[in-house]
Ligand binder design. Structure first.
Ligand code: DGY
Length: 322
């Protein structure tokens, strides 16, 4: 029997995925299900044939410093690859792949969930009820604001941004404006109004939803200056990457009443959440749940496996990003 390639998997994966990986690879996985240290990642890159990391692993240049050329592919479990130094991986001879498409619908659903939860005060209301502080219905009590018919601004018009736009237009009758670095093709716009200047889009929206990749080019894209361009009644939703927003500036804007609320699924220093957010009733805070459904997580694992198999079969992987 030929020796199977050695694969380091950094976190526990759904059982069906672990079983499928084990059929094809000699899998080493961390039974503790904790993010690997830089030293463990460095060892993995030096000694394994492939690595299957997640968003919680920081694969910076240092991790590739002792690469031996053995590791042929980094098959990321997730679509975002801002935690991987793609240039350093390339210099070390590693192909990098991701898992697009399969988590688009769940992440888009979560963005809508956050919009509704913030505008309708769902989290604050539930907290009050559980605390025994709800003493019943009243015509002027617990009033939120309507999502239907409002104007949504989408920042980043890739797969997830487009899926959010479809839900907003067809499910909630919203007017949708979108900004992205490159002008989208007419067929992807399909009723969405593209605005070439982000600063011009911001004052026109009731809800702003972020869908750009993370990393150096989008870090603090929403800084204090841009947050100040949003109307005071606007709500910010972030299901993309935490560092797209300057979290400190966001806390200041909320505290000063320059922004009505925020729905966040991602944070600048995960799993640490800015203390200034934790105490606010006008924010809804979720623990990076975008792709967290059984369906998405199994599909992400199978897609990572498909990419790994392609590389070891000598074919071009479907989702090569570098
Ligand atoms: C992604 O796919 O990028 C999600 O944030 C989980 O990693």
């Amino acid at each position: 029997m030929t020796e199977r390639p050695r694969l380091v998997v950094t976190r526990r994966l759904p059982a069906a995925v672990e079983a499928a990986l084990a059929e094809r690879f000699e899998v080493q996985c961390d039974p503790d299900d904790r993010p690997l240290s830089a030293a463990a990642l460095r060892r993995a890159v030096a000694s394994a044939d492939a690595l299957l990391p997640t968003v919680t692993d920081r694969l910076d240049a240092e991790v590739f410093a002792e690469a031996t050329g053995r590791c042929r592919v980094i098959a990321n479990f997730g679509v975002g690859v801002n935690h991987i130094d793609l240039a350093a991986a390339g210099r070390a001879g590693c192909i990098v792949t991701n898992t697009p498409d399969v988590l688009t619908d769940d992440t888009a659903d979560l963005a809508l969930l956050l919009m509704l939860a913030v505008l309708r005060g769902a989290s604050a209301g539930e907290r009050r009820l559980r605390a025994g502080a709800w003493d019943g219905w009243g015509p002027t009590r617990d009033l939120g604001r309507r999502l239907s018919g409002k104007t949504l601004g989408i920042v980043g018009f890739g797969r997830i941004g487009q899926a959010v736009a479809r839900r907003a237009m067809h499910g909630f009758g919203m007017r949708v404006l979108a900004w992205s670095r490159r002008r989208p093709t007419a067929d992807t716009l399909d009723g969405v109004i593209w605005v070439g200047d982000l600063d011009a889009l911001l004052p026109a929206v009731d809800v702003l939803s972020l869908h750009t990749p993370g990393g150096a080019t989008t870090r603090h894209l929403l800084d204090s200056r841009r947050l100040a361009l949003l109307p005071a009644h606007a709500v910010l939703v972030n299901t993309a990457r935490g560092d797209v927003v300057d979290e400190g500036a966001l806390v200041e804007a909320l505290a000063a009443g320059r922004l009505a609320g925020a729905g966040l699924d991602v944070y600048e220093r995960e799993p640490v959440v800015n203390a200034g957010l934790l105490t606010r009733e006008d924010v809804v805070l979720l623990p990076h749940l975008g792709s967290a459904t059984v369906e998405s997580r199994v599909a992400m694992g199978m897609r990572a496996l498909e990419n790994l198999v392609a590389v070891f079969d000598g074919r071009a992987p479907r989702d090569r990003v570098a």
